[in-house]
Design a binder for this molecule. Structure first.
Ligand code: HEC
Ligand code: HEC
Ligand code: HEC
Ligand code: HEC
Ligand code: HEC
Length: 242
């Protein structure tokens, strides 16, 4: 009976208001809470390093283009004369034109470049990049093995003339401001899927505010634009997969 009377009082739910940390309930041990907080932060930082730095480094392989082709320079009439076309959009077709049968020439062959860069001994400018280009490709008449950022798998049928001429869609709608580049971006490939990042999208989460075709060009992105432009008839499997 004596013991019972002396036994310490069970703490009340709200905590003992006379203790220094009385503001917090007893079961909440401040030291442990701070420790937990530190561990949580360390874990979070670790996860962010893995998610933002290590995972992307493992997921993507990066490759430089064989030489730097400067679009901005070649499209500037004051620096490069002889690229036909009054507007910037017309100039694209000097190198990325259509053949008589409507097929797209894609990336120009070396013979387009040698219309101007014809003599390996006398470069047109003074830069080391051009000298290297002359030595490695023009002198040996060797094609430049360009990497194609927007290359789709072989099973996909895509026609430029349908989109550019019939659909009157600007190059930049799908390719972004690529032609303003002075320096070519690295070719970044997703090791798991084998797709370039320009198709698979730059965000691992796949989430974009207001997604544009130039952000990503997966199957759904093609179909979304067809739906938006009232081209649902082109969303049947056999239209894009022949
Ligand atoms: C003097 C020739 C020339 C002209 C003019 C030119 N390009 Fe290019 N373009 C190239 C070459 C060479 C490449 C391949 C190297 C590279 O990726 O930049 C290329 C590549 C591209 C690519 C990358 C395609 C891919 O997926 O890899 C796009 C997009 C492009 N050009 C758009 C344009 C647009 C838009 C214009 C007009 C505003 C234009 N180009 C004018 C020569 C030219
Ligand atoms: C209409 C003529 C013309 C055509 C076609 C042309 N170029 Fe040029 N290019 C020039 C001139 C002119 C310069 C020098 C500009 C300067 O330095 O002011 C130049 C410069 C360059 C340079 C050095 C640029 C730098 O940033 O250092 C490279 C590399 C180059 N061209 C590659 C190419 C390739 C590859 C092609 C074919 C796809 C091509 N050019 C087609 C006229 C042309
Ligand atoms: C509706 C979207 C769309 C538009 C508009 C568009 N492209 Fe493309 N472009 C693509 C796709 C998709 C590919 C990949 C095609 C493939 O791999 O079969 C591509 C590929 C290319 C390539 C690489 C071709 C090769 O040799 O493999 C070049 C260069 C290019 N486009 C330039 C242009 C230019 C210049 C314009 C404007 C005249 C343009 N594109 C307009 C979607 C577009
Ligand atoms: C920015 C909008 C847009 C995007 C992005 C787009 N398309 Fe289209 N596509 C169109 C329009 C508009 C037409 C109808 C053109 C016409 O006939 O007037 C079309 C027509 C087509 C056709 C039928 C034309 C033909 O030659 O048979 C195919 C195939 C096609 N698109 C494939 C694709 C594929 C594959 C992609 C993605 C890699 C894609 N499109 C992305 C707008 C788009
Ligand atoms: C508007 C064009 C378009 C239509 C319509 C379309 N596809 Fe695709 N499809 C693509 C493109 C572009 C890719 C490559 C990019 C990707 O994987 O998302 C692709 C990829 C695929 C792949 C993966 C192939 C590979 O090599 O990884 C399969 C399977 C496929 N499509 C099946 C279908 C089926 C089944 C339908 C009909 C229900 C369909 N597609 C309709 C454009 C289209």
């Amino acid at each position: 009976m004596k013991n019972l009377a002396n036994s310490p009082k069970k703490p009340s739910k709200g905590g003992d208001s006379s203790s220094p940390a009385g503001f917090f309930p007893r079961w909440l041990n401040i030291n442990i809470a701070v420790q937990d907080g530190v561990f949580f932060l360390l874990g979070l930082i670790g996860a962010l390093i893995v998610g933002w730095i290590i995972f992307p480094a493992v997921l993507y392989s990066k490759q430089a283009q064989p030489i730097n082709f400067n679009h901005a320079l070649h499209l500037d009439s004051e620096k490069v004369d002889g690229i036909d076309g009054k507007t910037k959009a017309e100039k694209c077709e000097f190198c990325h034109g259509f053949r008589d049968d409507g097929s797209f020439t894609g990336i120009p062959k070396l013979e387009k470049c040698t219309e101007c860069h014809d003599d390996p001994e006398s470069p047109l400018g003074e830069t080391p990049v051009e000298k290297e280009f002359m030595k490695k490709y023009v002198a040996d008449e060797k094609e430049i093995p360009w990497l194609v950022y927007s290359k789709q798998p072989d099973c996909v049928y895509f026609s430029h003339i349908a989109h550019v001429k019939m659909g009157t869609i600007a190059c930049a709608t799908c390719h972004g401001d690529f032609a303003d580049n002075e320096k070519l971006p690295l070719y970044v490939k997703n090791r798991l899927t084998g797709y370039s990042i320009n198709i698979w999208g730059k965000r691992i989460s796949g989430f974009y505010w207001n997604k544009k075709p130039s952000d990503r060009m997966k199957m759904d992105d093609c179909a979304r634009c067809h739906t938006k432009m009232e081209q649902e008839q082109n969303n049947a499997c056999f239209v894009c997969h022949k």
